[in-house]
Design a protein around this ligand. Structure first.
Ligand SMILES: [Zn+2]
Length: 406
């Protein structure tokens, strides 16, 4: 049995949070000077604890243990959304550092390597770093990628002046990947649970639905003669929202996050209307069923309405399962430390979904206060931060071959 050093973990997290600090949060979007400085700092921290630490052209920072040929890789990302929280992915990276420090002294047969991926948040390319690390990054996408503020990824990479190498997962070395993250939702806190074991990362489907009718004077055109694109889509959207609960699985979520009318005036019948609907679920079967039902409903409305209704798919992510044996191990570790862990899907994307198809992967969540995330108000109780790391360390030690670690 061993204990991580909770104080040391919290201090490291606070030290990292100083890079790009804004109030209680952090502004450290990918390839900003703060992000790059934080990555060089992290590399130096890895060196200090004896890891062979490297940084690649994307800014991925990787620390490899020197004493073993096999390793469990622990990490996440240190880039943030604009004005993001101080934990988010930084938590998972610093867990890696703390667990590597702690387990290093035990000299287990399997070591711990640590990684911070670049641009998980998608300032340029979502999960840029983990995609490059797993060899699934499309270089053409790198050439094309532009941030919302107009910065080009290739220019930012040149400016950062990083070594012209790409770090890659080593299938002969890396026997598993483990990522910790804040939950970014309220379920753990509500259930008074300290550790969530992720069963899978949800699949996403996103559709843009649009209608084309005719703009007319809303005071002089009789109701029977209108081609009202707005009304047609309001009916369709409301029908979808009414039917979704009958199609949904237990953890399905859906959202209409954008709705627009053109020309958009009180006295003009809308000539054009558009909304975007997305839905998420952790199982491929449910996603497929939802997709079929959504399409059928849109097509039924398109056939009946006096306007042209069309839709196109604007986003598709497949659900990814986490490794069942590792899930069981982390549940056991949490129970052993006195928690009743919750098994839950991740409704948000993570680097783990890029790693999972190529290496056995697990994720654990710690509670988010009030479920807040992607905002400077994001936080987790210090005790919960330390507890989550201890549980992860216990589980990882087991994977690394510690006798009686659990
Ligand atoms: Zn994150």
């Amino acid at each position: 049995m061993f204990e991580i050093n909770g104080q040391r973990l919290l201090e490291s997290l606070r030290e990292l949070a100083a890079f790009g600090k804004v109030g209680t949060g952090v502004n450290r979007t990918a390839f900003t000077p703060e992000d790059i400085r934080a990555r060089h700092w992290l590399r130096a921290e890895m060196e200090k604890l004896g890891l062979d630490a490297r940084i690649d052209r994307f800014g991925n920072v990787y620390g490899q243990a020197r004493h073993a040929e096999k390793a469990v890789l622990i990490g996440s990302h240190t880039d943030t959304v604009p004005n993001g929280g101080w934990l988010d992915g930084a938590l998972g990276v610093m867990y890696g550092l703390e667990i590597a420090r702690t387990l290093h002294d035990l000299q287990l047969p399997v070591a711990v390597d640590v990684i911070s991926f670049q641009d998980e948040e998608g300032t340029f390319v979502p999960c840029l770093g983990s995609k490059a690390f797993c060899g699934v990054l499309d270089e053409a996408e790198v050439e094309r990628a532009v941030a919302a503020d107009g910065r080009r990824l290739v220019d930012e990479m040149a400016k950062a002046d990083l070594p012209d190498v790409t770090l890659r997962l080593d299938p002969n070395r890396h026997i598993g990947f483990v990522e910790a993250h804040i939950e970014q939702g309220p379920r753990l806190e509500k259930g008074d649970i300290r550790v969530g074991v992720v069963e899978g990362i949800v699949g996403i489907r996103r559709y843009r639905v649009s209608a084309r009718g005719q703009a007319d004077h809303a005071g002089t055109t009789p109701m029977s003669m209108r081609k009202d694109a707005g009304a047609a889509l309001v009916h369709l959207a409301s029908d979808l929202l009414k039917r979704f609960p009958t199609w949904a699985g237990q953890n399905t979520v859906w959202n209409i996050g954008k709705f627009e009318f053109e020309p958009g005036a009180a006295n003009v019948v809308p000539a054009k209307a558009t909304f975007i609907i997305e839905f998420r679920d952790g199982t491929a079967e449910t996603v497929a069923k939802l997709e079929e039902n959504v399409r059928a409903t849109i097509e039924a409305h398109a056939n009946a309405a006096p306007v042209d209704i069309a839709y196109d798919s604007i986003g598709s992510v497949e659900p990814v399962s986490m490794d069942a044996r590792m899930q069981a191990l982390f549940r056991q570790a949490a129970e052993w430390r006195g928690d009743k862990p919750m098994t839950l899907p991740s409704g948000a994307g993570h680097d783990a979904m890029i790693l999972a198809p190529v290496v056995p992967t697990a994720m654990i969540f710690v509670p988010s206060i009030d479920g807040r995330s992607h905002d400077v108000s994001e936080d987790t109780k210090p005790d919960d931060i330390v507890f989550g790391c201890q549980v992860m360390a216990d589980g990882v030690a087991q994977i690394c071959g510690a006798q009686g670690a659990l």
